[in-house]
Design a protein around this ligand. Structure first.
Ligand code: SF4
Length: 76
């Protein structure tokens, strides 16, 4: 899965939301989140983010963001 990280806070350009083929982005209070259960790992959103806030969960330090994204997405 891909995850949205802290760089997204108060940004919300939404370019990523428009390209996601499975609509798994959710809008949280101050940042976006990807539902890890719905993300098909296509990677299309990553280059769309102007501030590089989206990264694969395989990258170092992503673990906490997977949980954060899961929690945020579950609120909807
Ligand atoms: Fe959507 Fe693909 Fe990004 Fe996952 S990797 S959030 S499926 S655009």
């Amino acid at each position: 899965t891909y995850v949205v990280t802290e760089a997204c806070i108060k940004c919300k350009y939404m370019d990523c939301v428009e390209v996601c083929p499975v609509d798994c982005f959710y809008e949280g209070e101050n940042m976006l989140a990807i539902n890890p259960e719905q993300c098909i790992d296509c990677g299309v959103c990553e280059p769309e983010c102007p501030i590089d806030a989206i990264q694969p969960d395989t990258r170092e330090g992503s673990e906490k963001w997977v949980e954060h994204n899961r929690a945020y997405a579950a609120l909807w």
